[in-house]
Design a protein around this ligand. Structure first.
Ligand code: NAD
Length: 364
């Protein structure tokens, strides 16, 4: 395996292989870019087919975090870790404390958090061994569940898209099709209804469907495979990645796509295909950054009001991306990457003059 070739291909800085024969820990920590600050990103636990697949995932996800933090205006770099194992059967305190010691050993260049396959409980074990972990429960002074903040950010992205298209960001009378009413989708439905919008939802989990229809009036349910056909102003994917693909794209009857799901476009070319159909795409990693902004606040003492204010800024960031796309005749997905890359490049150019004890706040 040409590991250095893989790092060079996407300019990754560092990969740390963590192995503890006692606990059985096998983890890979990937640090993509720390120009803006320490690399922050969650720890995923997954049964990878082989070590190469685990490395590939860690490299891909860590790079994604660099772009997400940079576009969000955070002074954080991009990192991600994967623990190779079955999250249902292989978890225990020893494993996560062992992992926490490795994170501590990287001395703050990488800050971890929960991700697919790991939980707040797991991170509390990690926290027994390291200061470099966020996403801790509120009872321990942390930021708690990120989902309401993610939903608030998606709402801001939707409003920015509506405003860009129609000159008004009001959701009153607008219809939103929400795919997946789990942690984020539930709060998104609440926001849209409170703002006077109409909601149609689909989910494969009947308990989650029941919760939204019990808690909110007027929510319409459709089958999971017909949500793409639902006539609506906004399609909000809040379940899975790659749902905008060759098969679903011709079905869409919306004028905006804005949701929380990561990697919502199956291929890069689907951004162009959406634009060609007159559908405005609010880039996934920009509009779903509310959860990241919320956990990042823990690094300097968690404050709910400050986190909320920061998440509300997603509206302006999304608008800026639409402006770049229009002025430079590129897709909104490319514009998001452009915004992130320009910010990293510009901060890297600041003259490194002597300032005594340097200060760099991790958020604005
Ligand atoms: P979740 O697991 O709580 O909810 C996902 C929901 O989607 C579940 O109710 C599930 O049953 C449903 N679902 C799964 N397959 C489906 C299908 N084929 N059709 C319709 N519904 C389906 O997850 P979440 O925390 O709400 O996150 C939703 C998405 O947003 C995920 O892609 C996640 O990676 C992303 N995201 C979440 C956060 C956050 O703060 N939770 C932050 C950033 C991104």
């Amino acid at each position: 395996m040409d590991i250095f070739e893989k790092l060079a291909a996407r300019s990754h800085e560092q990969v740390v292989l963590c192995h503890d024969p006692v606990t059985g820990l096998r983890a890979i920590i990937a640090i993509h870019d720390t120009t803006l600050g320490p690399a922050l990103g969650g720890t995923r636990m997954w049964t990878y087919a082989d070590d190469g697949a685990a490395l590939k995932d860690a490299l891909r996800l860590s790079r994604g975090m660099t772009y997400k933090s940079a576009a969000s205006g955070l002074n954080l770099g991009g990192g991600k870790a994967v623990i190779i194992g079955n999250s249902k059967t292989d978890k225990n305190e020893m494993l996560f404390r062992s992992y926490g010691r490795f994170v501590q050993g990287i001395a703050g260049r990488y800050i971890t958090a929960e991700d697919v396959g790991t939980s707040v409980q797991d991170m509390e074990w990690v926290r027994m061994e390291t200061d470099h972990v966020v996403g801790i429960s509120r009872s321990l002074g942390g930021s708690g569940d990120p989902s309401p903040f993610t939903a608030l950010g998606v709402l801001g992205g939707m409003r920015a898209a509506l405003n860009w298209q129609t000159g008004s960001d009001s959701l009153s009378g607008k219809s939103v099709a929400v795919q997946g009413v789990g942690h984020v989708g539930y709060h998104l439905v609440r926001h849209v209804i409170e703002a006077g919008g109409r909601v149609v939802v689909a989910d494969i989990d009947s308990d989650n469907l029941r919760k939204v229809t019990t808690d909110f009036d007027g929510v319409e349910i459709v089958e999971p495979d017909t949500i793409y056909d639902a006539p609506c102003d906004i399609f909000a994917p809040c379940a899975l990645g790659a749902v905008i693909n060759d098969e679903t794209l011709p079905k869409l009857k919306c004028s905006i796509v804005a949701g929380s799901a990561n990697n919502v476009l199956d291929k890069d070319r689907h951004a162009t295909a959406l634009a060609e159909r007159g559908i405005l795409y609010a880039p996934d990693y920009v509009v779903n950054a509310g959860g990241l902004m919320n956990v990042a606040n823990e690094l300097e003492g968690y404050n709910d009001a400050r986190a909320t204010q920061q998440v509300q800024g997603i509206y302006d960031i999304t608008t800026e991306i639409f402006r770049i796309a229009r002025e430079e005749s590129i897709t909104t997905a490319e514009a998001a990457d452009t915004l992130a890359e320009r910010r990293i490049a510009s901060i890297a150019r600041i003259k490194d003059s002597y300032v005594g004890q340097p200060v760099r706040r991790l958020r604005h």
